[in-house]
Design a protein around this ligand. Structure first.
Ligand code: G6P
Length: 614
């Protein structure tokens, strides 16, 4: 896995494919490659960045000239280390079939042994290579078959997930693509077509796209495309208009996408609430779940499933829904939920949260919950993503494309959605009209508070400079700020590679306190809420063991200033609103520590933006 691009039309394919791969860099990857079709099948693939690949191409572009068909890939190693030979595309021994593949072929080892027994020699350690060798074998047994027929036959032999593109000199002038578990989009231009694993490489060329669903294949030529199921049944697909612009996925003057996305948060917060939060009327309008609201309110239990940062948003959702709507909530890692035979039935509601809408574990949890008869609702950012399409109802976060691998604006948007959902579930049941209006008014003020917090960027950068060489960090919070402590620690480890742990502050004495000394910076979220006094005691405990304390506190709090080495003051708000504010300084802190350490914050090592494999 990671990113796929393809082109068929009248223009030179190589520069278009390279530009497309650049657009996919945000997903995280370790190697890249392209294969084209002109009189022959030239290809380039290597470990390293798309920029490196581009240089190799520019050093000798001649062999790629005249190719107006091609496929390209950025790889994120799963089977086989990052290396030139494990990079995609993979070609057969005759060099006349090329494939790129996202996903994992689970029975590859068996298929590989069969092929090796027949004399096939493998060039890589990847699972993906079995696909091209299988296609080759099938074609050798019947040379009259079309490319789509051999791809289809090969896919019948394999188990697992794929987003696959294939080209061949034996049946030239077409790209065959297939999808199961790994997204593929076809962009429709004028006499040209684009293929990609998400819309980012397509949007500068056309905003008309077709999303393939699982179990579908397409044959794309210069004159059109045809979609069929893997079982070869013809089908009609809707053409969808993309609603995001190129400008939205460019850096807009910021040094990194992550910083741009942190600073976009006040605007994003407005977008999430637009038309939905009606403070004066004391109601929330959530079109995507309107028809299901009664059933949601009657849920015996809500189970939230997600991964990574979205899972942290889910934890805050648990507090919010239980607090406001008094419905019991459980939060599960999607990867655990799917395999632990959960007790779920028609009285339960399962909410899956996913920025990308493509995370393999979250998607599998959704499907498992559906199978058990639960009502399944989604909270997604990417419109038209697989999770968004497979849930019965849902709420889009409207955060716009998030490019930085470390999630920031998508997280705050998810928390706002969960806040709105909790209030929608409370209406007429657990809170009065006045409480509803007050809670909505508080929410409406969040973008303004967020803007004020962003003004602290310089101060946070200075604090970051004092701690950039730390080897460990501890993050503490209580109540609503406990999941924020987890998120703060995750942000730091993701992009700066400093070991960081988040803990509920009171749990510190059951373990982490043993680690505290002058080399252990401790970030404590100590805003004024019901556990404020207790968290002050926790700070004292850290101080008395010489730990250095960076506190996030409510404006005007002199007491915290007395105890902590550094204080970042944020506007005071109710406990339910706090995570939306306390997380912002933590995002900035990790961003600055990582950049001061010279890390590539937008593309941290070993991480992917969208994890479409298990
Ligand atoms: C990856 C990303 C994280 C993200 C997680 C879940 O690990 O690097 O930033 O939180 O996947 O992704 P999702 O798209 O489902 O929210």
């Amino acid at each position: 896995m990671c990113g796929i691009v393809g082109y068929i039309g009248k223009r030179e394919a190589a520069p278009l494919l390279l530009a497309g791969l650049h657009r996919l860099e945000y997903r995280g990857y370790d190697s890249a490659g392209i294969a084209l079709q002109n009189g022959g099948m030239p290809y380039l693939k290597q470990k390293g960045s798309v920029g490196d690949l581009q240089k190799t191409y520019e050093a000798s572009p001649a062999k790629m000239l005249g190719a107006t068909i091609g496929i390209g890939h950025t790889r994120w190693a799963t089977h086989g280390d990052p290396s030139d030979r494990n990079s995609h595309p993979h070609l057969n021994a005759d060099g006349d079939i090329a494939i790129i593949h996202n996903g994992i072929i689970e029975n590859y080892s068996l298929v590989k042994q069969e092929l090796q027994a027949e004399g096939y020699v493998f060039q890589s350690d990847t699972d993906s290579e079995v696909l091209v060798q299988l296609i080759d074998r099938i074609w050798k047994s019947d040379a009259s078959l079309s490319l789509e027929a051999v791809v289809r036959a090969a896919l019948r032999h394999v188990e697992g997930a794929y987003g696959l593109c294939a080209i061949s000199l034996r049946d030239p002038g077409k790209i065959v693509v297939a999808r199961k578990g790994s997204p593929l989009v076809i962009g429709i231009g004028e006499g040209e077509y684009f293929i990609a694993s998400d819309a980012a490489p397509i949007v500068e060329h056309t905003n008309r796209v077709v999303y393939l669903s699982d179990g579908e294949m397409a044959v794309i030529t210069r004159s059109g495309y045809q979609v069929r199921t893997i079982e070869n049944v013809a089908m009609e697909k809707d053409v969808v208009e993309l609603d995001f612009s190129l400008e939205k996925i460019e850096k807009g003057g910021y040094e990194h996408f992550m910083l741009k996305e942190i600073f976009e948060q006040p605007a994003v917060m407005h977008d999430v609430m637009r038309g939905r939060v009606r403070s004066d009327e004391g109601r929330v309008v959530l079109g995507g779940i309107e028809d299901y609201l009664d059933r949601l309110k009657q849920a015996k239990r809500i189970v939230i499933c997600a991964c990574g940062t979205s899972w942290h948003a889910g934890l805050i959702g648990e507090y919010l829904i239980e607090d406001f709507a008094r419905i019991p909530v459980e939060v599960d890692y999607a990867s655990e939920f799917r395999y632990r035979n959960p007790i779920i039935g028609p009285d339960d509601v399962v909410i899956v949260i996913s920025q990308s809408g493509e995370t393999a574990d979250t998607l599998a949890a959704l499907r498992a919950a559906k199978e058990k008869g639960a009502m399944v609702m989604g909270i997604c950012n990417v419109v038209g993503s697989t999770i968004a399409r497979e849930t019965m109802c849902g709420i889009y976060t409207h955060a716009g494309p998030e490019v930085g691998v470390a999630s920031t604006k998508a997280f705050t948007a998810q928390v706002i959605v969960l806040y709105m959902l909790a209030l929608a579930l409370s209406k007429g049941r657990t809170i009065s009209h006045d409480e509803m209006r007050l809670s909505l008014r508080e929410l409406s003020r969040v973008p303004e508070h967020a803007s004020r917090i962003l003004e602290l960027d310089r101060q946070i950068q200075e604090i970051a400079a004092s701690y950039k060489d730390a080897r460990n960090f501890l993050y503490l919070g209580r109540g609503y700020n406990f999941p924020v402590a987890l998120e703060g620690a995750l942000k730091l480890k993701e992009i700066s590679y400093i070991h960081a742990e988040g803990y509920p502050a009171a749990e510190m004495k059951h373990g982490p306190i043993a680690l505290i000394d002058e080399d252990m910076p401790v970030v404590v979220i100590a805003t004024r809420d019901s556990s404020y006094n207790k968290i002050l005691s926790n700070i004292e405990e850290v101080r008395s063991r010489k730990g250095r304390v960076i506190a996030i506190a409510s404006e005007g709090d002199a007491e915290v200033a007395r105890l902590a080495d550094h204080v970042i003051y944020i506007p005071q708000a109710s406990a339910q609103i706090m995570p939306l504010l306390t997380v912002i300084p933590l995002q900035l802190l990790s961003y600055h520590i990582a950049t001061l350490r010279g890390c590539n914050v937008d593309r941290p090592r070993n991480l992917a933006k969208s994890v479409t494999v298990e």
